[in-house]
Design a protein around this ligand. Structure first.
Ligand code: G6P
Length: 372
């Protein structure tokens, strides 16, 4: 009913709008006044966490993209090798696991069959399993050694939005906590990140307030057949997520690529008027990546692409090459996915509406895939 949707036309719109609160709720009580992480609910003791020598993230769909992004953060902050794998691939390839492996199963519903089977397999091999889950008492957390709940509240729309942002928050909390208990050298960067994490909700609000041009752009693209997405570093999984959203909601051919792979194939797809969304990393910090992606934008634009550029405020280098420019607030590189994903959600939702699709219940899809 309209009341359940809080006055929005679709649950998805409501859930997109709820993201600042979902992020804040997921952080609540987990960072103390000194900026130290307190994850008492973790139930895996610090001694065991200090022994972990490998982390494997397993998930499906959007949750898998959260895991892909988390890999960058975990390896950077903890120096523990981390892999992220699709749950459906993981369990059938005889993965190498033992008592020092921490497997992190990410699932909004807590009922996804492939993720559940992956965690069962991991536990049989003696690995410790931590669930990151949004649904209290669901199967995945019940069968795990520990759980860190995301506090996104119920997510109804099939396409995941607020759960995704909170999965990222939860993964980052785990990464920072591991850094803390293992005594990883906490430079200024870590302290800064904890502070910035607390501001992400506000920044998502800022993004939401500036989405009208994105909606207008989406409406104008309703007749296109294909949209490509490019990114580097954590922007790469964001590109994959943008493409997944478009498939799910707009039923369009959409693909995400690592921008560095352009020359190895994808650039052959570029033709006149093809919309290409490019997620641009901050020019501050990892400026090498920024310079490289600016040349990628030039390369595709020279071949006729319509460039839709998502870049942080103050990034002037992209301006000459952006047919459409979407600004996101300044964040540390590793946190950028939380703001950069939002315009992509809005874009896909609006395209679906323009194409007359059912936003909350896309054809052929289920909210929770409880079969293999
Ligand atoms: C389905 C949903 C996706 C979700 C995926 C994993 O495909 O449509 O939105 O990302 O399942 O679901 P989970 O509940 O495990 O996060």
């Amino acid at each position: 009913s309209a009341a359940e949707k809080g006055g929005y036309d679709y649950f998805m719109l409501k859930e997109i709008a709820e993201q600042p609160k979902a992020v804040a709720d997921t952080l609540l009580g987990r960072i103390d006044a000194e900026g130290q992480l307190t994850l008492d609910e973790l139930r895996i003791d610090d001694a065991e966490l200090r022994e972990v020598d490998k982390i494997v993230m397993v998930a499906c769909g959007t949750a898998y993209h959260a895991g892909m992004i988390a890999k960058y953060a975990i390896e950077h902050w903890t120096r523990i090798p981390c892999e992220t794998e699709l749950a459906s691939e993981f369990r059938y390839r005889d993965p190498i696991l033992d008592g020092r492996t921490l497997v992190v199963a990410i699932s909004q519903s807590g009922e996804t069959m492939d993720t559940l089977m992956a965690l069962r397999h991991a536990r049989e091999q003696g690995a410790k399993v931590l669930a990151i889950c949004n649904t209290n008492g669901s199967t995945i957390p019940r069968e795990s050694d520990a759980v860190l709940y995301t506090h996104a509240g119920p997510e109804v729309a099939v396409a995941s939005t607020k759960a995704f942002l909170t999965q990222l928050v939860a993964c980052y909390l785990v990464a920072l906590y591991l850094g803390q208990v293992r005594g990883t050298k906490w430079g200024d960067e870590i302290g800064e990140v904890v502070g910035e994490l607390a501001r992400i909700g506000e920044q998502v609000d800022e993004v939401l307030a500036t989405m009208e041009p994105v909606r207008e752009l989406a409406r104008g693209l309703a007749d296109k057949g294909t949209v490509l997405f490019l990114g580097r570093h954590v922007g790469y999984p964001v590109a994959l997520e943008g493409a997944l959203k478009l498939k799910e909601l707009a039923y369009m051919h959409a693909e995400g690529f690592a921008a560095g792979e352009l020359k190895h194939g994808p650039i052959a797809l570029i033709e006149d008027g093809l919309p290409v969304v490019v997620v641009v990393p901050s020019p501050r910090g990892r400026s090498v990546l920024h310079d490289k992606i600016v040349s990628n934008i030039q390369e595709i634009r020279a071949r006729g692409a319509m460039t839709i550029v998502i870049a942080e405020e103050g990034d002037e280098a992209v301006v000459p090459y952006a047919d459409h420019l979407v600004r996101v607030p300044r964040t540390p590189t590793l946190l950028q996915p939380m703001v950069a994903a939002v315009p992509l959600q809005v874009f896909a939702c609006e395209l679906a509406t323009a194409r007359g699709n059912e936003v909350d219940q896309p054809r052929n899809l289920a909210k929770s895939v409880t079969v293999e």
